[in-house]
Design a binder for this molecule. Sequence first.
Ligand code: CS2
Length: 449
Amino acid sequence: MQRPSYDRDAQRRGIVHLGLGAFHRAHQAAYTDQAMAAGDRDWAITGVSLRSPHVHDALAPQDGLYTLTERDQSAQRMRVIGAIRDVLVAPHDPGAVVAAIAARDTHVVTLTVTEKGYCRRPDGTVDPAVVNGRARTIYHYLCDAFAARRAAGLPGLTLVSCDNLTANGPVLHRAISEFLDATMPELRAWFEAECACPSTMVDRIVPAVTASDLDRVPSRLEMRDEAAVITEPFHQWVIEDRFAGPRPRWEAGGAQFVADVSSYETAKLRLLNGAHSALAYLGLARGLSFVHEAVADPAIRPLVERLMRIEAAPTIDATAGQDLPAYIDALLHRFANPALAHRLDQIATDGSQKIGPRWLEPLAIACARGMASPATLQALAAWLVFVRGNSHTVADPLADRLSGLWNEHGANGIVDAVFGDAGLLPATSGLDGPSRRELTRMVHERTST
Ligand code: CS2
C-alpha cells in the first residue's frame, strides 16, 4: 500500500477543484498525487463541493486523505491519496470559494460539475435563470474571483473542464463570456487576455460508492475510510496543451498533453459513453442492474457492439495512432469488469444532458450520409420510454417537461415533441423524418409489450 511520500504540509495550494465527487477523487486528484510523488511542488488541491456537505464531512476528519482502490477480475491495488488539502462546501461559505480561486498561489481550476452544471439550454446558451436568479453557480464563483484577481493585479487562471461534453474547453469559455457580458462586461477583456480554457478528455469508470463498499474497504487510515473510492485500473487524461500559466506535471501520472483533443474526445463520448448510456436504458428495461450484466446479455450485446462498431465509429475522424477497433475491444473488456458493480441507474441519470454528444451528434452525421442507425435508435427509444416516468423516479433536469410531453402526446407524438423542429431538444437533434418515423415505431413496440 502506497502512502504519500511527499511532505504534504510543505505544499502550497495551487489548484481549486469544483465538484468534489468520486470521479475527481479517482482521477484528477490521483494524477496530482502522482505528480507530487514525482517531486512536483505546490499543487495541493482545495476541493469544493457545490451542493452537499457529504464529502466535506467524510474528508475533513481524515485530513483530506482517502484510499483509492483499483479493482478488476484478477487483482486489487490500493493507495492513499494526499493531494486534497482543504474541502469547502460552497453553499455554506461562498466567500471562501471565491477567496480560494482568487488566491495568489492558485493557478489552475479544474471542474467536474457534470453536464448539467454548465446550466446550458438545448441551444447551448447559458440559461438566463443563471444570470437573473438568486442561486449561485460555477459562473458566480469564477467571475467574482476574476474580479478579485484583476483588482489585486494577479495573473489569470487556467480553467480545465473535465466533463463529458463535446469541446468542453470552448463550451466553458463561451459560457463564462456570456455570463461576464451579462453581469460584469468590464471583466471580459481581462478574461480573454489572462485566462485559458483548454479542452480535455477524461476517462475512468468510477461507480458511486455504497455503504457496503465502505464496510468492506480495509482501512489504512487508522479509522474507517468514509471517503474511499473504488475504480478500475484503467485511466486516461488527454489535455490540450494550452495553459495560461504554470501547470502540474500531470504526465507523471500518465496524462497526455496534445495540440488537439477532439478526436480522443469524440471517440470517448460516442463509443464509451454512447455504449454506456445504451447499456443503461436497454439494461434497465430488461430488469438488469449492473453494466457487467447488461454487456453480457445476449439481447443487448449485439446492439451495443453494432452501435459502436458500425454506427458510431465511422462518424469519428480518428487521428494517426488511434485504433478504434482495438479501443472498442478494450471498452467491452472494461464493461465486463464484475469487480466494479457499476449501476445502470447511475449512468441513466441526466439523460437529456448526455444524449446529445453521445447519440444525437453521431446520428446527425449518419443521417446526413444516408446511413441507418438502428441500434442507436433502439437505445434512444429505450431512453424515451425510461423518461415517461411511470415506474421510475427519473433524475433529470428536464424530467418534468419530458413526462408532461408524454402525457400530452403519448407514444404517437413523443418523438416529434422531443426531437421535432419545434421539439424540446431541437438544436441537438440529428434526426431526419425517416429516423423519427422509425423511432416512433420502436417506441410503440416498447410501450405495447
Ligand atoms: C458514465 C460516465 O455515468 C455516466 O454517464 O457514462 O460517468 C463514464 O463512466 C465515464 O465517463 C468514464 O470515463
